[in-house]
Write a protein of this length. Structure first.
Length: 401
């Protein structure tokens, strides 16, 4: 087997340098390298001479230096799609299997290969409701234009749906194989594309890299004295409503002559104005840019609670990251989140600022807080055990083992 792995999927997309699909792809990449070559630190030694791994990436975008170094150390060819198109790479290297951890609708990825394998994280493009909020979060002109049309019904009908329809047809004809990451995503795929109702689509929970916490808290922020939100650059993560809920809560305390000794930290908030223009108590918010993985773990570990108001998730890593440390979570009760988090978190309607505020009030109750702090690590252990097991199944699926 000559396998081409699409590393472009783990590189920045839209306005996000780091994203769930990219994190997923990196874990799959490392699992494949381990399966085919043994430990990363060992000299290149192919475990199975019948399997050869090739990778495609975009030299104009960030790629984890460790991945680049490993490709060199293991003699894994790394092709730049700015020099050769994916199809040219496939044809020139007699690639028979192509795998991408994140499906792309771009024309250049509509390739012809014997075995087309991908992970279908869900159909967010068809599920999401349009909102002008996306324009306010975008910083560059191109991003603003994209935000103007993405999720509009006309855009779904004439752009997204036909492309996904072609993919579904390809799958129904046995010309493409897919796995997905949650029961929610599998059901969504089949609901939108009934021709796939009888097709077997395995569900393997998204694997997750466990980073050890390392770093420090931002100035003026104390451990266990802040609510944490992540992915602040993407309006779909709905952090603005959560920020408004906390802002109202601070005002609620002040109206009673009391002070709420808490702050709210939002990571990935590259466009601070998108938040601050809507908030009264600006001094209670700490807006950070992108932080490295170990620093993010440190923020999860030291948070009072984690708030996850996302409007749409195929799986949803962040609540699991917080539950690892026994940090209570309040989360959106939509899409895959209840499936992954079970009864270990407090749920709310992500479109309701007042309901999010309600959950923050609940988390400030010591009895409720302690209950969910106790539930969190237990749920994390359950999810993590399945993630570890399913990662091996995912690699088996890709390699047709």
């Amino acid at each position: 087997m000559n396998l081409l792995f699409n590393l472009v999927a783990v590189q920045p997309i839209h306005s996000a340098k780091f994203h769930g699909g990219g994190s997923y792809g990196e874990v799959i990449f490392w699992a494949l390298v381990k399966r085919l070559y043994g430990k990363v630190t060992e000299p290149a030694e192919v475990a199975d001479a019948s399997l050869s791994l090739f990778c495609a990436y975009d030299s104009r975008k960030y790629l984890d230096p460790e991945i680049i170094e490993t490709c060199k150390k293991k003699d894994i060819p790394l092709f730049d799609i700015n020099v050769q198109t994916p199809q040219e790479i496939i044809d020139a290297n007699k690639i028979d299997t192509f795998y991408t951890p994140l499906y792309s609708l771009e024309k250049k990825w509509a390739i012809d290969v014997k075995d087309f394998v991908f992970t279908w994280h869900g159909v967010r493009a068809l599920e999401m409701q349009y909102s002008w909020a996306g324009v306010g979060f975008a910083k560059k002109i191109g991003q603003k234009f994209e935000a103007l049309v993405r999720y509009r019904e006309s855009w779904k009908k004439y752009f997204y749906k036909p492309k996904y329809q072609d993919l579904a047809k390809r799958m129904a004809e046995g010309k493409a194989r897919t796995i997905t990451v949650s029961e929610h995503s599998r059901a969504s795929i089949k609901a939108f594309f009934p021709e796939l109702l009888n097709l077997e689509i395995p569900v393997f929970y998204s694997p997750m890299t466990e980073y050890e916490p390392q770093g420090f808290l931002p100035p003026g922020v104390a451990a266990k004295k802040y609510f944490l939100l992540t992915s602040g650059a993407r309006w779909e993560k709905n952090n603005l409503r959560a920020a408004r809920a906390f802002d109202e809560l601070v005002g609620l305390y002040e109206s009673q002559g009391k002070s709420l000794d808490m702050k709210m930290v939002i990571t990935g908030a590259t466009n601070a104005r998108a938040y601050l223009r809507h908030l009264k108590h600006k001094d209670r918010f700490v807006l950070l840019g992108y932080v490295e993985n170990k620093e993010l773990e440190f923020l999860h570990q030291n948070a009072y609670a984690f708030v996850f108001p996302s409007l749409n998730e195929g799986f949803g890593y962040p609540p699991v990251q917080s539950m690892r440390y026994g940090v209570p979570v309040a989360a959106s009760g939509t899409t895959s989140v209840p499936e992954v988090c079970g009864d270990a978190v407090l749920y709310f309607d992500p479109y309701s600022v007042s309901e999010i505020k309600n959950r923050l009030v609940q988390l400030l109750d010591s009895k409720i807080y302690d209950e969910y702090a106790a539930r969190a690590p237990k749920r994390y252990a359950q999810v993590h055990a399945r993630q570890v097991e399913d990662l091996e199944h995912a690699v088996d699926f890709i390699l047709k083992v």
